[in-house]
Design a protein around this ligand. Structure first.
Ligand code: G3P
Ligand code: CA
Length: 240
C-alpha cells in the first residue's frame, strides 16, 4: 500500500511547496500528491486553486501570471511565519528534485479552462522518463483520455466521488480502457467497491484519509494507496 502525501505533508507545512514535499519525504511517504495549473507562458505551476489568493500574498488567476511572476509570490506565510518565502514550485523543478526519489501523483485541476495542459504535462514527464512512479490524475475523465491518446504509457487515474458508494460496472470498464487507477473519496469506499475496482484490473487509491483507524480499515480491504495530510500516521515498519 502506497502512502501518498496530499499536497505534500500538508498538515505540517504549506501545501504544494517544497517545504511540504521535503516533509513528506522525511515522514516516510512513498508518493507526493500535488496539483498543477497552466501559467500565462505555458509552464506548469504547482498550486491547488485556479487563483493565487488563498495560498499566497498575491491576487488573481494563475493563468494571468508567468511562472517567474508566480515564483515571486510568498506561498508560505499564510501557513506560518516560519514558512515565509516558500515559493509556488514549477512542476519541472519538482520532477527534477523528486522523480528518482519518490513517486509523484500529479493532479490536473482545470482542464476545461486550460486547454493544452494534458499535452504540457505529458511532454514534461516524458523528458524526465515515464515510469510507474509518476501518475497523472483528474476528476475530468476526458482529460485523462486525452493524455492517454497522446502519451499511452503514462499511468493515469480518474478521481471519483461515487453517489451512495456505487459505481456502475460500465463506468469502471470504461475507465480501465485508458487508466490504471481510480482515486475514490474515502467516505464512499467499501470492501465491495474495492473488489469491484480490482476486478477490472484497476488499482484503488483513497482520499483524503487522516484517521489511522480509517486507514487500517481500508488497508484490510486491500486499498492500494492512501492519500493523506499526515503521512507519519501510516509510516511503515522499517522505513526511516
Ligand atoms: O488526490 C485527491 C485529492 O487531492 C482531491 O481533492 O481538492 O485536495 O485536490 P483536492
Ligand atoms: Ca489534489
Amino acid at each position: 500500500m502506497h502512502i501518498i502525501a496530499h499536497r505534500g505533508a500538508s498538515a505540517y507545512a504549506p501545501e504544494n511547496t517544497f517545504a511540504a514535499f521535503d516533509k513528506a519525504r522525511e515522514l516516510g511517504a512513498d508518493f507526493i500528491e500535488l496539483d498543477v495549473q497552466l501559467t500565462k507562458d505555458g509552464k506548469l505551476a504547482v498550486i491547488h486553486d485556479d487563483k493565487v489568493d488563498r495560498t499566497t500574498d498575491g491576487a488573481g488567476f494563475v493563468r494571468q501570471f508567468t511562472m517567474s511572476e508566480l515564483e515571486k509570490l510568498d506561498a508560505g506565510s499564510w501557513f506560518g511565519p516560519e514558512f515565509q518565502g516558500e515559493q509556488i514550485p514549477a512542476l519541472e523543478d519538482v520532477l527534477q528534485k523528486y522523480h528518482k526519489k519518490m513517486g509523484l501523483l500529479i493532479e490536473i485541476k482545470s482542464s476545461k479552462t486550460q486547454p493544452g495542459i494534458e499535452q504540457a504535462i505529458g511532454k514534461l514527464i516524458s523528458r524526465f522518463g515515464v515510469s510507474m512512479n509518476t501518475i497523472v490524475q483528474s476528476f475530468d475523465a476526458g482529460a485523462m483520455m486525452t493524455l492517454h491518446k497522446l502519451y499511452p504509457s503514462i499511468p493515469s487515474a480518474v478521481l471519483i466521488k461515487p453517489r451512495f458508494g456505487m459505481v456502475p460496472r460500465s463506468r469502471l470498464r470504461h475507465i480501465a480502457s485508458f487508466a490504471g487507477y481510480v482515486s475514490v473519496k474515502h467516505t464512499m469506499l467499501s470492501s465491495f467497491l474495492i473488489e469491484s475496482i480490482h476486478s477490472y484490473d484497476l488499482k484503488a487509491f483513497a482520499w483524503t484519509v487522516n484517521g489511522p483507524k480509517t486507514g487500517r480499515r481500508l488497508e484490510s480491504w486491500k486499498i492500494d494507496g492512501l492519500i493523506t495530510d499526515y503521512p507519519d500516521y501510516f509510516k511503515k515498519e522499517g522505513k526511516p
